[in-house]
Ligand binder design. Structure first.
Ligand code: F6R
Length: 248
């Protein structure tokens, strides 16, 4: 694993955006796996600025969302379809016709998971997967305990994940209880992975990963088995929290 330590979230975002920019420049038809949430937002912002400044053509890039909430329509303010539209397609003035996102409103969620898995296969898999990590170590919405063999599936979100995501909604009760997520085995098929982690609340997950162990209770640790992972991590996400040091 290539570990890049940075001072803060701003530096993480700039470094992340440069990696994305270079990859798209090298392969204008890149299939980019996209995470949503707080962590990659700055990376997308810097990427958009650089793409506009340098007039890079993103019209042939395909984006593959990692997940989507069950029960939210595309145009819901907190849907992940809307997130990727607002963070990439809208500011770049691109039609979202290459934005692949699971349909959280599907009446047959199992069929939708199978369809999405096929869509990824038909795109010939993900070239570069951007990941954030949950405080409990989840990647995508693969919560602790998820099989490493999993493909796209429906998950019940844990209370800790719903609490963490409540900041994006008016009330915690509005956070959906389920999501469709790309599975761990599908994530592992990505040709390369860029993992971003910032903030002390991520330090336990980052430490589990950097311990080198592989532990189903910390899904992020599966990345120790992937041949091409870059982790950009802020100093505060590397530092052990006070509770941890008190334990010693
Ligand atoms: C979102 C996703 C999640 C987030 C994780 C961290 O598409 O797949 O795994 O990356 O929940 O969220 P933030 O970045 O908001 O701390």
């Amino acid at each position: 694993m290539n570990v890049i330590t940075v001072n803060d979230e701003q530096e993480m975002s700039v470094r992340g955006s440069l990696i994305l920019f270079d990859e798209i420049k090298r392969n204008p038809e890149l299939v980019l796996g996209v995470a949503t949430g707080g962590t990659p937002a700055g990376t997308y912002e810097h990427l958009v600025d650089k793409v506009l400044n340098e007039k890079l053509d993103l019209s042939k890039v395909t984006t593959v969302n990692l997940d989507e909430y069950v029960g939210l329509a595309r145009d819901h303010e907190e849907s992940y379809w809307r997130y990727i539209y607002e963070h990439l397609y809208e500011p770049l003035n691109l039609l979202p016709d290459r934005a692949l996102v699971p349909d959280g409103l599907s009446e047959d969620l199992q069929a939708e998971c199978l369809r999405y898995e096929k869509v990824i296969e038909q795109a010939d898999g993900v070239d570069l997967q951007i990941l954030g990590v949950g405080r409990n170590g989840h990647i995508g919405f693969n919560e602790p305990g998820t099989s490493f063999e999993s493909k796209t599936h429906v998950v019940d979100l844990t209370e800790s994940t719903r609490e963490a995501n409540a900041r994006f909604f008016e009330r915690k009760e509005e956070v959906p209880t389920q999501a469709i997520t790309v599975g761990i085995s599908t994530i592992m098929k990505s040709r390369s992975i860029l993992l971003l982690a910032s903030g002390p609340e991520k330090s336990e997950a980052v430490h589990a990963l950097l311990s080198g162990r592989i532990d189903q209770n910390w899904p992020v640790t599966v990345l120790n088995e992937h041949p091409s992972v870059t982790l950009i991590v802020t100093k505060d996400a590397l530092e052990k929290g006070e509770e941890d040091s008190n334990d010693q």
